[in-house]
Design a binder for this molecule. Structure first.
Ligand code: AMP
Length: 460
């Protein structure tokens, strides 16, 4: 195998290499090291990886490489048919993927555009009609554009289903099926999913042709980088408990800033943001009912540090890339244990350490157990004020007597401590074309595994 330490050995075009060098990508992440050569070969891929692992470049760079022979500067729309299509569950993820793809393609003549619902169709229509080789889209809005004949998918060579599990959760299967039926039969198909439910296996079996399974450790699913705490409270004390955490768990036992707070429902999202505002916290809410503009404004304010606390539902937060977000609080225990992994994955990103605190009431026991089973850990559940203190390295826990007042552990984000983005990828032993390894808690037990067995048969 050639030198895996940098991007040069993949055989990518110098224009792509120059673009990613400008972005500061020096070393391929594991998913990139595994996926780029396979996608370049034209094979179908079933990728088990979530956002934050570098998967966008894992499929985006080889996609652009394969489309480069078609790059041209002609003004004629006919010379710029859609050749690469990326479907995402949410507007935010669509924008994030598009931002990256635009940067990767910035030195080439390939055009990249993004279409999603909740905003005016006209600018999207104009971009599509001018022609563009790569389209990143949410399913519903893409179908609207197709219906209005703003674009055609008849020349798509590569299609990517990004966060496929989430698209199914959100009920997009009929839309996805309609879109896939509009694509040429001869094409390359890639699918990325953090989980492997029966539905996902069925979709993969119908949609992928002899796919290669590529898995990487869900680095955020493990407790290595993220300190996780569960605090037991009475239902009626939840908001007060949250306020206490916000006021005491920042640096020097002070105020926390830039906290993402997760709730399970839109109504709760609005209510909690209002209550926090009343208590003097600069809070905002993002949920599915907010317009795209409102969501982007809230997110920008949050990124700039003007909004201290962003209260979010799972759907609205999916795909948010807020670098080194120090703290995530689960105000509600998620209904779905997988969502816990996604939620806390917002912190501890890009190698920084993070803190994830979850409030739990008596009604949440089953939910918390489901998370423990999925993430293969046992939480040390404490009442508020008697929070867990651990001495790292010695595994020694400093306990506190019942009722004794604890100062609360101040939390300050640290500099990146892991080498995920700098460590050269080294394939593990026995990693072959038809077998794979996975280190995520959810996949650890089933390695190595035959692709066909995992996907339940793989004929399109
Ligand atoms: P993704 O999982 O694709 O959303 O990527 C997560 C973040 O990591 C994004 O901000 C990317 O720009 C960044 N990233 C992806 N690949 C690399 C790399 N090889 N080196 C440094 N940063 C990267």
């Amino acid at each position: 195998m050639s030198d895996p330490k940098d991007f040069t050995h993949f055989g990518l075009d110098p224009l792509l290499l120059a673009a990613i060098a400008e972005m500061g990508y020096a070393t391929p992440t594991p998913i990139q090291a595994k996926a780029i050569p396979v996608v370049l070969k034209g094979k179908d891929v079933m990728g088990a990886a979530q956002t934050g692992t570098g998967k966008t470049a894992g499929f985006g760079l080889p996609m652009l490489q394969r489309l480069l022979p078609h790059a041209n500067t002609s003004m004629s729309p006919a010379r710029h048919p859609v050749r690469g299509l990326i479907l995402t569950p949410t507007r935010e993820l669509a924008e994030q993927v598009a931002d990256n793809l635009k940067k990767y393609a910035s030195k080439t003549a390939l055009r990249v555009t993004c279409v999603y619902g909740g905003v005016d169709m006209d600018p999207q229509t104009e971009a599509l009609r001018k022609g563009c080789e790569v389209v990143i889209a949410t399913p519903g809005r893409l179908l609207d554009h197709i219906q209005q004949k703003n674009t055609s998918l008849s020349q798509v060579q590569i299609v990517v289903l990004d966060e496929a599990d989430r698209m199914l959760d959100m009920g997009f299967l009929p839309d996805i099926s309609r879109i896939l039926n509009l694509l040429p039969k001869e094409r390359q198909s890639l699918m990325f999913s953090a989980t492997f439910s029966e539905e996902i296996k069925k979709l993969a079996a119908n949609f992928l042709r002899d796919p290669q399974l590529i898995e990487v450790a869900r680095r955020n699913a493990t407790a290595e980088l993220i300190t996780q705490e569960v605090i037991k409270v009475h239902e009626s004390e939840k908001t007060d408990a949250l306020l206490t955490l916000l006021r005491t768990r920042g640096p020097d036992d002070g105020r926390l800033t830039q906290v993402l707070v997760f709730v399970n429902a839109k109504i709760e999202c609005r209510r909690l943001a209002r209550q926090l505002q009343k208590a003097g916290v600069n809070a905002d809410a993002i949920h599915g009912d907010k317009t795209q503009d409102e969501r982007m404004k809230a997110l920008e304010g949050f990124k700039r540090g003007e909004i201290e606390v962003l209260v979010a539902t799972d759907v609205a937060a999916r795909g948010l890339d807020i670098v080194e977000l120090p703290v995530v609080i689960n105000y509600d225990v998620p209904f779905n244990a997988e969502d816990y992994v996604h939620r806390i994955g917002r912190t501890g990103r890009a190698g920084a350490t993070g803190l994830a605190i979850m409030l739990m009431t008596g009604a949440d026991e089953r939910g918390v157990h489901a998370i423990e089973r999925l993430t293969k850990q046992k939480f040390d559940i404490r009442p508020l004020g008697i929070e867990r203190r651990e001495r790292r390295g010695r595994g020694e826990r400093v306990g506190r007597r019942e009722g004794e007042r604890a100062p609360g552990r101040a939390y300050a984000p640290t500099a990146p401590v892991d080498d995920f983005f700098t460590r050269p990828y080294e394939p593990s032993e026995g990693e072959g074309a038809e077998e794979t390894t996975g280190d995520s808690p959810a996949t650890r037990e089933r390695k190595p595994v035959k692709v066909a067995a995992l996907l339940g048969g793989t004929k399109r």
